[in-house]
Ligand binder design. Structure first.
Ligand SMILES: Cc1cc2nc3c(=O)[nH]c(=O)nc-3n(C[C@H](O)[C@H](O)[C@H](O)COP(=O)(O)OP(=O)(O)OC[C@H]3O[C@@H](n4cnc5c(N)ncnc54)[C@H](O)[C@@H]3O)c2cc1C
Ligand code: SF4
Length: 501
């Protein structure tokens, strides 16, 4: 960067490009707060608050260097900020925004920032993949080697690439919360108050409408807060991250997760500094390898893989619907109406989304996504819901995670089999089933667990496809052995598709 000479006087920062690595030396910065983005869709209020708060915190830091526009659209904002002058921007994070900047002759697009692997390097890796099969595990090893991450010479630290088997512990039986220090909590300031007053005013005037509750802000809105949150995580919570990575407790929404995804996706943190901090803790003997490897796998593996696949698969990927699922999202789900739901796991998770716009990856995948998949909800609508309701949701991260990973709508390009499971999995990995009105082992009758019944119904519905997949063929064989399948299917037919479980 230091050697580059720019002719353009202006440099544009999108709202998810807020860290120092997105700046360009000696340029006037342009930032545009587009109202139409909020008007178009019904976002979670905490997400709208976080995004605007982070943008305004950045503008306050940049002071005289920034032209900060509140405009109806980006087009309008750009014209008002720079007129016909030339402007640079780092590669945006969505297909729509990439198209927009490409269509404007006055905008020159610089390489992306905020990720470890350049798209060209990913394409080279993908083209060299054995038999054209892309596997996250292979990509992850490539990243570890290429970035000398958690390596001892040319071998993985500790001799193993993957410590996942150490990272699947159920939660402790005798506790409501993990014995782990609470996550970092930012302190709100006058900028947060101002954003909240704006949201109130726009809502009162009927200009925008939100779902969910907002406040207090739980996620970093400035670089200083994000650095503090990273330090606190590495010091206090990383040591137990691996062990309980997949576990859930009704009374512990954060468990031992980092809760840094929103800061990373706003560009406040760079992934390199996150994985380097984790590796440093391991080398200093402050965090065990299973936790550090687990965390590095998430950031340098999964996050990079999803980002690069977004571009590699292209914009039509969002239309994937291999299972032919077309059911609309029920109203109670769209409204985050946790009280309408009897199933304790789903009600608890929906309430957590309503209150914070965040839950960790297992509730996302095995409670919310699993339910949507079992009920055959339209994958594009499910993707839109996740995008709007999660503080860390952006187009690039939603498509591959929801269309691919969670809804199997791409027919297996990301995961080898659908992530669908019955109540037993949830019962093993959480304390949610005990007081529930349903029983995880029952699939028919009054107390039938909707997840267990939904699992068999799903396997039955897609038996042809699943029986041809070596990873799911066993489930079809099990289906053929259950004696009360007709009753399960009869109960499913009786159920109002919109009724909350
Ligand atoms: C259905 C579904 C939807 C998801 N939607 C999002 C989303 O909108 N935004 C988002 O950032 N992540 C998403 N994820 C991935 C993951 O659930 C979140 O990144 C994680 O829960 C965020 O919490 P955390 O920061 O505490 O993560 P940790 O558990 O502490 O993990 C560490 C970091 O790894 C990264 N990461 C891990 N898995 C993924 C992944 N699959 N894709 C991208 N980054 C990953 C995140 O940056 C995260 O901060 C989704 C996963 C599923 C199954
Ligand atoms: S019994 Fe079924 S519905 Fe109830 S909490 Fe367990 S998995 Fe969820």
């Amino acid at each position: 960067m230091a050697d580059e000479r720019f002719e353009e006087p202006f440099h544009w920062l999108f709202g998810d490009q807020l860290g120092p690595h997105f700046l360009r030396p000696d340029s006037t910065v342009v930032m545009i707060e587009s109202r139409s983005v909020l008007r178009r869709r019904r976002f979670h209020r905490a997400k709208a608050h976080l995004l605007l708060s982070a943008m305004r915190h950045r503008a306050a830091e940049l002071g005289d260097r920034v032209r900060y526009l509140r405009a109806e659209t980006y087009r309008d904002g750009l014209a008002r900020a720079v007129g016909d002058a030339s402007v640079t921007v780092h590669h945006p994070t969505s297909h729509a925004a990439a198209r927009f900047v490409r269509e404007h002759a006055q905008v020159r697009v610089l390489p992306p920032r905020g990720f470890l692997v350049e798209p060209d390097a990913f394409s080279r890796w993908a083209e060299s993949a054995r038999g054209g099969h892309l596997r996250m595990e292979d990509f992850y090893r490539y990243v570890r080697q290429d970035h000398a991450l958690l390596m001892d010479g040319d071998q993985p630290a500790g001799g193993k690439w993957n410590l996942d088997t150490d990272n699947r512990e159920p939660p402790p039986k005798d506790r409501d919360t993990l014995p782990v220090p609470a996550p970092y909590l930012p302190r709100e300031d006058a900028i947060d108050d101002e954003v909240r007053a704006d949201l109130d005013r726009w809502e009162r005037k009927g200009e925008v409408s939100f779902v969910g509750r907002d406040g207090p802000r739980r996620f970093p809105a400035s670089r200083a807060e994000a650095r503090r949150a990273l330090r606190a995580f590495v010091k206090k919570r990383l040591p137990t991250f691996g062990r309980w990575e997949d576990a859930m407790l009704a009374g512990d929404w954060a468990m031992s997760h980092s809760m840094l995804s929103a800061a990373l996706n706003l560009g406040l943190l760079d992934p390199a500094e996150c994985v380097e901090a984790a590796e440093k803790a391991y080398r200093a003997g402050e965090a065990p390898l299973n936790s550090v490897e687990g965390y590095v796998r998430q950031v340098a593996g999964w996050r990079e893989y999803m980002w690069n696949l977004y571009w590699y698969f292209g914009p039509r990927y969002r239309e994937s619907n291999a299972l032919g699922h077309h059911a609309p999202l029920p109203d109670w789900f769209s409204r985050l109406d946790a009280e309408a739901v009897e199933a304790r796991c789903l009600s608890t998770t929906l309430a957590q989304v309503r209150d914070r716009g965040w839950v960790h990856h297992i509730p996302r995948l095995m409670i919310l996504g699993n339910h949507a998949l079992q009920r055959g909800w339209d994958p594009a609508a499910v993707t839109d819901w996740f995008h709007r309701c999660f503080v860390d949701g952006y187009d690039w991260v939603m498509l591959t995670n929801v269309i691919g990973m969670s809804q199997y709508a791409d027919g297996g390009r990301i995961t080898t089999k659908p992530y669908v499971a019955g109540g037993s999995y949830i019962n093993t990995m959480s304390d949610l089933c005990g007081p529930c009105a349903y029983r995880p082992t029952e699939r028919t009758g009054e107390r039938a667990c909707p997840y267990t019944a939904g699992y068999w119904e799903f396997i039955h519905r897609h038996r042809d496809r699943l029986s041809h997949n070596y990873r799911s063929a066993r489930a079809v064989k099990q289906l053929d052995r259950i004696s009360d399948l007709d009753d399960v299917l009869r109960d499913a037919r009786r159920r109002d598709p919109d009724a909350a479980p």
